[in-house]
Design a protein around this ligand. Structure first.
Ligand code: WAQ
Ligand code: MG
Ligand code: MG
Ligand code: MG
Length: 259
């Protein structure tokens, strides 16, 4: 009988040492595929790890495991692109969008201090949207929470891309997949992200209410400092929230006729 289970395939690559020994994070990736697609997924992730603008790794780990939980299928967030002309303009817009999502300005300021303090993360920082306190410090040696077990089937993504985005870009696919999974959870107030890849300056603010708001200049070209922050409603159970981020399998699917 054909195996219809999904498999989570994950990669992490670093330089100098493995992540847990303090090595520099180079690249990570996660996919959710059928058994027959595991080889292709491993190949893709291997290629991603070996050809990265943050450098050549000397440690990498790729693993797969079967996923037992039922896969939840959700729509992608709606995408809006803001073309900005400077980092200042981009950052100001990001802060305004976060405030619209309900994150008070002093908390946003605290978040930016945390980003500078924890420049070398491979996951996301979780911040209490009311107090600015970091919520994930006791997990993963403070390296941040890595959202996993999510994907967007190629065919459906390509259809969406053709009709909506016209922007053949794997990075957008990965980020929108992650942001859609993260914003689905009621504990997420908003997400702020830009890449740690020196050659990519576009980032976004995402939320269930306002969708995926891309901003083209959130940092200077050449800068290797990235950011991924989830502003969290801490009246929710944070341990359960982290478990959702790491283990709940989610597939993105765009329906042509949905509203
Ligand atoms: N879970 C949690 N945090 C992650 C994950 C993950 N699966 N993947 C990356 N991060 C964190 C980690 O700290 C990285 O250093 C940081 O985010 C940046 O990751 O055109 O490419 O993969 O619309 O470099 C956004 C805009 C691009 C895309 C984001 O992030 C677009 C990007 P990167
Ligand atoms: Mg990525
Ligand atoms: Mg990166
Ligand atoms: Mg679970």
């Amino acid at each position: 009988m054909r195996d219809l289970s999904y498999y989570s395939v994950r990669m992490r690559a670093s330089k100098s040492k493995p992540h847990e020994e303090g090595g520099k994070h180079i690249s990570g990736g996660e996919q959710l595929v059928l058994f027959d697609e595991i080889r292709g997924a491993v190949d893709k992730l291997l290629h991603k790890s070996l050809t990265h603008s943050r450098g050549t790794p000397d440690f990498a780990q790729i693993q797969f495991e079967v996923v037992d939980e039922p896969v939840q299928v959700i729509s992608p967030l709606q995408v809006t692109t803001h073309t900005t002309n400077s980092v200042d303009e981009g950052q100001l817009l990001a802060q305004n969008l976060l405030m619209k999502c309900g994150v008070p300005f002093p908390i946003i300021q605290k978040a930016y201090l945390l980003v500078e303090e924890y420049a070398e993360l491979s996951g996301a920082i979780l911040i209490d949207s009311k107090t600015g306190q970091r919520l994930d410090e006791s997990y993963h040696n403070g390296k941040g929470i890595r959202v996993s077990r999510m994907d967007w089937r190629d065919e459906n993504f390509k259809k969406w891309n053709r009709e909506i985005a016209a922007n053949q870009n794997n990075r957008l696919k990965e980020a929108l997949t992650l942001a859609s999974k993260v914003s689905m959870h009621q504990a997420t107030v908003a997400e702020l992200c830009w890449s740690d890849d020196p050659d990519y300056t576009t980032g976004y603010v995402a939320s269930k209410k306002f969708g995926y708001q891309r901003i083209t200049t959130l940092k200077q070209y050449g800068n290797e400092q990235g950011c991924r922050i989830f502003f969290v409603d801490s009246s929710e159970d944070v341990t359960k929230y982290i478990d959702y981020l790491k283990t709940n399998p989610v597939l993105i699917q765009w329906e042509v006729n949905h509203e």
